[in-house]
Ligand binder design. Sequence first.
Ligand code: FE2
Ligand code: FE2
Length: 142
Amino acid sequence: MTGSAVDQSIIWSDDFLIGIEELDYEHRCLIEDINKLYRELREHVDMGRAKVTLGTIYSRIQSHFALEENVMVSHKYAHYAQHKSEHDHLLDEYTERMTKFDRNPNLEDQKAIEDILRQWIVDHILTSDKKMSLMITSEKRT
Ligand SMILES: [Fe+2]
Ligand SMILES: [Fe+2]
């Protein structure tokens, strides 16, 4: 590995837990795949492999958003529309960059993908997903 390569791995901690088991499980799997992608891109092992992982992450995000949106709808979550629009925006951005990178691997799109995934994890899970879970689980108790 070269000296300039930066390890951007996301370290899983309980701070990521939102308290809804199936969603927590998926968040954890997603973070594992993101770390795998970072490793593959960092080590320049095989661009074909990184492209496969990009596709795996895309499918994972898509099915995760669908599950999470079902949970919100079934609990009549008040901020559903706003949360769904965040999902749509993230998936659109990811899809656009993934497609460009797939056609022509380049550093600009690679950096953008890494940023989107980091933002997704750090910002979205820690703020929007947590807020949603808190409201849903507190309703259950009342
Ligand atoms: Fe979400
Ligand atoms: Fe989520």
